[in-house]
Design a protein around this ligand. Structure first.
Ligand code: NDP
Length: 291
């Protein structure tokens, strides 16, 4: 048996197309949705992600402004840039690309963004709303994108055992909350680097979300036959046969597709959904600021 591939690129494009009417409606009121992306330093992967976000804005008809800051910049200067964007009424969404250079407090930078412009959904006010059971606001893009993949693929989660591997503020933790929310009703286990017997826990899961950051970490023997496997990881591994010198692999071993019922590919799974949800959040932010 070979798993059904959950095509995030295709589902993401449908989500982007569905934004079209909302964008033209805003434009008819002379409102141009506008996303500002701040990138600090020269991390090559971050530059690729930011370029992909700019291209999505171009596809959707969203104005994007990119602000490149030097890697040696101080936290105060980053905060000053965020404050400048907060007070610019033509900017509806602000995103500061992660990771920030060592020594910069990412949470402090995120929390400096006005909650209504926080299109990454990382501000403590937006995360707090989610913890209180309200998922109608600006949600973190990656977990929200995963929920959309599952929803558009008619995957029923009520009463299912879901395992989220990883407990980060941006992926694992909000993912667990979304899966456990009323109406979705999965029974959620959160695993992390201190978890014992991960393979055994994994074998009991109907849904596995791997958000670890370790190439091909989850093995096929850990997966229950027919399980749904969502691979969040984006890892660069050396590959001298490629012009770039590397290829992208997920956190899940390729053999898992022989056992799982459904699987997201890397690339082309969770990544494009994250970007589609960023576009969606930018439109939601523009609408709420234009009422
Ligand atoms: P973090 O490094 O913030 O978190 C990784 C998590 O994995 C931590 O909770 C850590 O546990 C856990 N972990 C590490 N080692 C193990 C282990 N041996 N067993 C079990 N758990 C372990 O990463 P992110 O959440 O930011 O990202 C995870 C991956 O997802 C990365 O590859 C990243 O590139 C990718 N990503 C992809 C996105 C997309 O759009 N597709 C978007 C965002 C991220 P502990 O808390 O104990 O340290």
């Amino acid at each position: 048996m070979s798993a059904t591939v959950l095509d995030g690129k295709k589902i993401g494009r449908v989500i982007e197309e569905e934004l079209f009417h909302r964008i033209t409606n805003l434009q008819s009121k002379e409102i141009a949705p506008h996303l500002a992306v701040v990138i600090v330093g020269d991390d090559p992967a971050s530059h690729v992600y930011v370029r992909n976000k700019e291209m999505a804005c171009e596809r959707c008809g969203i104005k994007s402004t990119r602000i490149d800051l030097d890697g040696n910049i101080s936290e105060e200067e980053i905060l000053a840039t965020v404050n400048m964007l907060n007070s610019d009424n033509s900017v509806h969404g602000i995103l500061v690309q992660s990771p920030l250079p060592k020594g910069i407090n990412e949470s402090m930078v995120t929390d400096a963004i006005l909650p209504e412009k926080d299109v990454d959904g990382f501000h403590k006010m937006n995360l707090g709303r989610l913890v209180q059971g309200d998922s109608s606001g600006l949600l973190p893009c990656t977990p929200a994108g995963i929920m959309k993949i599952l929803e558009s693929s008619d995957i029923e989660l009520s009463g299912k055992n879901a395992l989220v591997i990883g407990r980060s503020r941006i992926v694992g933790m909000p993912m667990s909350i979304l899966l456990a929310q009323r109406g979705i009703d999965a029974t959620v286990t959160i695993a992390h680097s201190r978890t014992k017997n991960l393979s055994e826990i994994c074998r009991k899961a109907d849904l596995v979300v791997a958000a670890i950051g370790k190439p091909e970490f989850v093995k096929s023997e850990w997966i229950k036959s027919g399980a749904i496997v969502i691979d969040v990881g984006i890892n660069r591994v050396e590959d001298s046969s490629r012009k770039s010198g590397y290829r992208l692999v997920g956190d899940v071993d390729s053999d898992v597709s022989k056992v799982a019922g459904y699987i997201t590919p890397v690339p082309g799974g969770v990544g494009p959904m994250t970007i589609a949800m960023l576009m969606s959040n930018t439109i939601m932010a523009t609408e709420s600021q234009s009422m």
